[in-house]
Write a protein that binds this ligand. Structure first.
Ligand SMILES: Nc1ncnc2c1ncn2[C@@H]1O[C@H](COP(=O)(O)OP(=O)(O)OP(=O)(O)O)[C@@H](O)[C@H]1O
Ligand SMILES: [Mg+2]
Length: 382
């Protein structure tokens, strides 16, 4: 509802150009009969298009060469528009309907005028999807070796010059779904005082020939510009597909070539580390696999680790859980961390809520456990 309200502002805005629009440095204008001051400062964030055709990749953000020119362009087209925090403003000329959102405006409710200072927040091109879910390496249960290596990466990012030619360059996380690969990469991101560029491989493949290669180059360019930085490529198998599989997807070969070139270049310069993740190692092109220093296997949790994972997430449940976690851990061999959270704890919580129970009783948990069939897991998924 709120969003709808914000979106409709767009219509309002185009008609509310002050009558004396040539004298736009004026101090205020009228909105529904009320005096509205002109904005002194306006901070915008680029958001993207309101929708795209299913399957089309997400735009990777904007490349702005001159912030001053952008500010001029923005002022010109949104002159007279009423703005407040959260308002969406849509581009009309270069990329019609591309949206920007107001992050900050002074005074709180005002109108864009000739004297408004317009600032675009972090116009860093393909910094797509920088997430800051607050997990850190301590939240990752098990995977000690990986965490050790991640600490070295963190150390390197803090002091790249210390490592010289011995710098960690690229590591590959491989393992069954739900074993914590993405979570670990996010933890590294949160702990590193470095920029992280999170990219899903499927978003890097373009619609048109040449798009994919360009997107990869743009991603690495950005990372180099902002080094020290980490590039995390999730679901790497989507682009790192072995050549023998490439007849299925002809377009990936161009992407593979671009990725190889970029990976080679990162070896000669400091400050950029690549982390790739996949659950389909056999599908990955050997040439790409070779560019990674180490492949880490994310295995399923042991009984002790299952206990620790259950304990970690039980603390966050909104209802008290009255069951023996050790017993649950014993009965859940073969389940991943994600399974324990979603198929056991979440399912038990939902059952308790449906039953109208005030706690998650042992009986409820047993009912959920009885339903769990040991899964026939594929060795890898495509
Ligand atoms: N070792 C672990 N310690 C703590 N939580 C875990 C662990 N493994 C998985 N989880 C939980 O499961 C969730 C899913 O894990 P994650 O998304 O990292 O798996 P993944 O290995 O990237 O899976 P996929 O291959 O499907 O992408 C995590 O967000 C976390 O809540
Ligand atoms: Mg993942």
């Amino acid at each position: 509802m709120e969003t709808l309200d914000k979106l409709t502002k767009r219509k309002d805005s185009s008609v509310e150009v002050p009558t004396s629009s040539k004298e736009t440095a004026q101090k205020s204008t009228r909105k529904r009969g009320i005096e509205v001051p002109s904005a002194r400062k306006l901070v915008l964030r680029d958001v993207g298009y309101p929708f795209r055709v299913k399957g089309d990749p997400k735009p990777m953000g904007l490349e702005v060469d001159s912030l001053e020119l952008f500010a001029d362009y923005a002022r010109e087209q949104w002159m007279g528009t009423f703005v407040q925090e959260g308002t969406y403003l849509f581009d009309r000329y270069i990329m019609p309907d591309y949206a920007f959102q107001v992050q900050e405006v002074e005074p709180e409710q005002s109108v864009v005028s000739k004297s408004t200072k317009i600032i675009l927040q972090s116009p860093t091109g393909s910094t797509s999807d920088v997430k800051t879910r607050s997990v850190n390496l301590e939240d990752v249960i098990g995977h000690e070796q990986v965490k050790q290596k991640c600490k070295i990466i963190l150390e390197y990012l803090r002091q790249p010059s210390r490592f010289g030619e011995w710098a960690p360059r690229a590591v590959l996380f491989h393992g069954l779904p739900g074993t914590g690969k993405t979570m670990t990469a996010q933890a590294v991101a949160n702990e590193a005082d470095a920029r992280i560029f999170l990219a899903k491989a499927s978003d890097l493949i373009g619609v048109h020939v040449g798009d994919g290669g360009r997107r990869i180059s743009a991603l690495f360019d950005d990372a180099r510009k902002h080094s020290p930085s980490i590039i995390f490529i999730d679901e790497l198998d989507a682009i790192g597909l072995a050549r023998s599989f490439q007849s299925i997807r002809g377009d990936v070969s161009e992407v593979v070539t671009a990725l190889l070139g970029e990976l080679d270049q990162t070896s000669e310069e400091s400050g950029v580390v690549v982390i790739g993740a996949t659950n389909a190692l056999p599908l990955i092109d050997p040439a790409i696999k070779n560019r990674f220093d180490t492949v880490f296997e994310f295995s399923l949790p042991t009984v002790e680790e299952r206990y620790d994972i259950l304990r970690l997430y039980t603390e966050r449940l909104p209802l008290k859980l009255e069951a023996d976690l050790k017993e649950i851990a014993r009965r859940t061999e073969g389940l991943s961390g994600r399974d324990l959270r979603d198929r056991i704890l979440k399912e038990s919580l939902h059952t308790a809520i449906t039953d109208g129970a005030s706690t998650i009783t042992s009986e409820i948990v047993h009912r959920v456990l009885d339903k769990i069939q040991p899964k026939n897991r594929p060795t890898y998924t495509i």
